[in-house]
Design a protein around this ligand. Structure first.
Ligand code: KG4
Ligand code: ZN
Length: 336
């Protein structure tokens, strides 16, 4: 089965082709146009997707060496995300599927992250506990063979990626700050300053997360230091912020697998690209005998291979609609 996946929910225009269970291409064009604004500007994102979508899909087909007519399924993100951005990829994908008279498979972006550990073998075995950590979401879920899942914890305020991006912004780092903090922290002392690790001690039966207190704490800490001190200790401060974020994520995930008697952990989403988070999980899982699955960094951050891959998992389970109805915005009126 050949699947074209399209992702356009935020600031990456991406298209991927899956041949069977092999990624034949995964083109990601990240928008640089947001750089000067310190965050993603929704209107710019929509226009960038519009500008890039045709060439990105063309490149994905060329690199996979496949003809449009040999595609069996077209899948795209239908949300959550920036609505204008989502609509570009979604309408393109539906029109493409309609023209080819092939099924269109709508994909939830967060679910695509959850199942991104199935892009490449070895796959996690079911049931597994999924920690999904991205710029907009932080959640723990128990995932079953039929692709259903139960959310057992989520952030009650900021997402883990947001904690990286916002504290990084306070330090003058470019958006998204996660990769920059990851890099700087390698030269820093994680115990230089102790930032709060919310909802850990005494919360071993509660799997929610909170990162807004960390943000306030970093802000207060920085406002009491001179610019010279901050610049001299930038790597130490980054390492200390990272220590707080990654420790909370690992502690709560391990508490959850222990409570639910699950043996496999899957960590996904942009923050799962973080080298320290990977190291902490590898160490904890080796110590306690849990199986650990984390996608390659290129599949941690937003990509279309995860969209095509979840469409494949659904197709294998007979969970896709083969009736060739196209229900999303552009086609709803047309079909009556
Ligand atoms: O999954 P993703 O690409 O987009 C969303 O769905 O949000 O995640 C983006 C988030 C950003 O907050 C970014 O700073 C963070 O992932 N991120 C990282 C790293 N790479 C990306 N955070 C920490 N360390 C990294 N190496
Ligand atoms: Zn994402």
């Amino acid at each position: 089965m050949n699947i074209l996946g399209i992702e356009s929910s935020c600031d990456d225009t991406s298209a991927a082709v899956l041949k069977g269970n092999t990624v034949a291409s995964n083109i990601i064009s990240s928008h640089l146009a947001h750089r000067d604004f310190g965050g993603v500007v929704p209107e710019i994102a929509s226009r960038e997707h519009e500008r890039l979508i045709v060439s990105v899909v063309q490149r994905a087909l060329e690199e996979a060496n496949i003809k449009k007519s040999d595609l069996d399924i077209v899948a795209a993100t239908v949300g959550p995300g920036l609505i204008g951005a989502v609509l570009v990829g979604l309408n393109f994908a539906e029109a493409f599927a309609f023209a080819l008279q092939k099924p269109f498979v709508p994909i939830n972006h967060i679910e695509a992250h959850i199942f991104s550990t199935f892009i490449e073998e070895p796959y996690p075995s079911f049931p597994f506990l999924s920690l999904t950590v991205s710029g907009g979401h932080t959640l723990l879920a128990i995932v079953r063979e039929d692709l259903s899942y139960t959310i057992i914890g989520r952030t009650i305020d900021d997402a883990a990626g947001e904690a990286y991006d916002k504290t990084g912004k306070m330090l003058g780092l470019p958006y998204p700050a996660g990769p920059a903090i990851d890099k700087l922290a390698k030269q820093g002392d994680p115990n230089f300053h102790k930032f709060p690790q919310a909802l850990t001690k005494g919360y071993d039966e509660n799997f929610d997360f909170s990162f807004s207190g960390l943000k306030t704490s970093v802000q207060t800490y920085l406002s009491n230091q001179t610019d010279n001190f901050i610049q001299t200790h930038l790597a130490d401060i980054c390492a200390s912020i990272q220590e707080a974020i990654t420790s909370v994520l690992v502690t709560k995930t391990i508490q959850a697998v222990q409570k639910y008697g699950i043996e496999t952990i899957s960590v996904a989403g942009g923050v799962s690209a973080n080298s320290e988070l990977r190291r902490k999980f590898e160490r904890a899982c080796a110590e306690k005998g849990f199986a650990l699955h984390i996608p390659k960094p290129i599949y941690s951050t937003d990509n279309a291979a995860m969209i095509a891959s979840l469409a494949r998992l659904k197709a294998e389970r007979g969970q896709i609609d083969n009736t060739l109805r196209y229900n999303y915005p552009a086609f709803a009126a047309f079909q009556g």
